[in-house]
Design a protein around this ligand. Sequence first.
Ligand SMILES: Nc1nc2c(c(=O)[nH]1)N=C([C@H](O)[C@H](O)COP(=O)(O)OP(=O)(O)OP(=O)(O)O)CN2
Length: 125
Amino acid sequence: MFSLTVRDHMMIAHSLPHPAFGPAQGLHGATFVVELSIRRAELDEAGIVIDIGEATGMLKDALADLDYSNLDDHPELTGTLTTTEHLARFIAERIATRLQGGPYAGLDVTLREHPDAWASYSREL
Ligand SMILES: Nc1nc2c(c(=O)[nH]1)N=C([C@H](O)[C@H](O)COP(=O)(O)OP(=O)(O)OP(=O)(O)O)CN2
């Protein structure tokens, strides 16, 4: 299995109103580094999984309305605790809708909350 990975980042505000969290229950900011990996069993005739520019554009599109926003106000995230894990799945599902029906086997989205902590969501296509 081959994979191709691209990276971007987003600056967001959000709160995590659950007793599992401490100060993060209140509104605070975070910058997430977001990585997208696209998997494919066989390369195309150009010898690639997907063009890097195309993958970078897909990731940028998926982050566009999240970047510089307050996720507490995002209509598609109402009622969702916007943990790193949930955000990884949310972004992955957005990109999956664009990749479905193509030659790809799956994708993985990883959000790095800081250099020592990250969460991922993986799904098949
Ligand atoms: N599995 C996850 N754990 C935590 C997440 C997450 O998204 N997934 N997020 C946070 C907070 O966003 C932040 O990193 C820390 O918030 P804080 O209020 O300080 O949370 P804690 O009190 O639980 O802090 P500790 O890191 O446990 O000291 C936290 N965890």
